[in-house]
Design a binder for this molecule. Sequence first.
Ligand code: FCB
Length: 446
Amino acid sequence: MPNRLDLPAGFRWGAATAAYQIEGAVDEDGRGPSVWDTFSARPGAVRDGHTGAIACDHYHRYPEDIALMRDLGLDGYRFSIAWPRVLPTGAGKVNEAGLAFYDRLVDALLGAGITPLPTLFHWDLPQALEDAGGWLNRDTAHHFADYTAIVTDRLGDRVPTWITLNEPFVHTVFGYALGTHAPGRTLMFEALPAAHHQLLAHGLAATVLHERGLEVMLSNNLTPVWPASSSPEDAAAAEAYDALHNRLFTDPVLLGRYPDLSALGVPDDIYGAVHPGDLDLIHTPRLDGLGVNYYNPTRIAAPTSPGLPFDLVDIPEAPHTAFGWPVVPDGLRQLLAHLGKVYGEALPPITITENGCSVDESTTPDHPRIDFLATHLDALAEAIAEGADVRGYYTWSLLDNYEWAEGYHQRFGLVHVDFETQRRTPKASYAWYRELIVAHRARRGG
Ligand code: FCB
């Protein structure tokens, strides 16, 4: 059985973060407000009223964080660019100080021998755009393309590969359908125009990136969907869920069409959002790499009450993380095999752009994280041996950080952050990951 040391030569080792989760400095140097500033200030929206106002103070402490990355031996670092730092109202006037921050960050990464892998949108939409309808407004897709041009004109000479969006599924469902994330809308399936406009934004931005000779990726949150039984009802429910969670965000990009959403009661044109030609705009700029964020499989049963066409059920036989997420390393292998089967030749090379787990602060050393990473990387090596083309792995996350609606309660970092003092302390998993990278390079080169 292949294991993590058998990952291919040249396999890229990384870690990931996102702007609102680590930067802080929300009022500094001309940054405009984002939907997360607004949402987190709303009473009851986030656990204990936590906000990202200070977070890891990475905006000021990035040199220290890059030193940690260099010491870890990372090949690449995935971070996100805060749209409201670059364009405080989302469109129009550019904030030079915001661009200058990412300029410094990129140069510091390159100086440390680390390849920057930026994500252009990781959920922190400028509030001014939300006030105009946010992702429910088609114009937001065009503003995103303009923002992409501005950022890549500045950084494209040093940054070869760009991720357009992070997890449009999670942003649409939590942000627009259920309201548990910013911007806190509760539209249920009528949220789906927000999904289409994000995909359109991806397509328009991908064209901008290709015009500049840059590579394009999209990071999707993907999950293997397990029917709860072999009954046809459970199978149909699982298919409906797979269409919503996985295929809605991947088929248009890779195949140029939407999956059948009729089981969800969603019209083919997604409530009028899909205009003639849109699918070409989304599909034609070929994806250079698919980013896969994997955390857990999803078990689905037929609905027991009217409403949704599926029920989400637990996976009690699996251990669970501090966040309550089931731990199923083989799910990663299953997912990659499934993607190969569904998309075949249309599937570009894959990079795991997130994978990791939250471990309670009191659990030191953080052995559950080491087990999580080790078993998932072994499953990845198996998937590759079975034919998956996976080029790299970015663990979530470098630092303990602001975990959205959970505030600072879920700790995903290889590095502990004391949010009172901002002191960084590498955990046991940090040392383990560093040794793994050294051992893998010694064995496979790279
Ligand atoms: C993903 C998000 C990331 C982080 C992890 C735990 O869905 O992309 O920002 O919150 O979950």
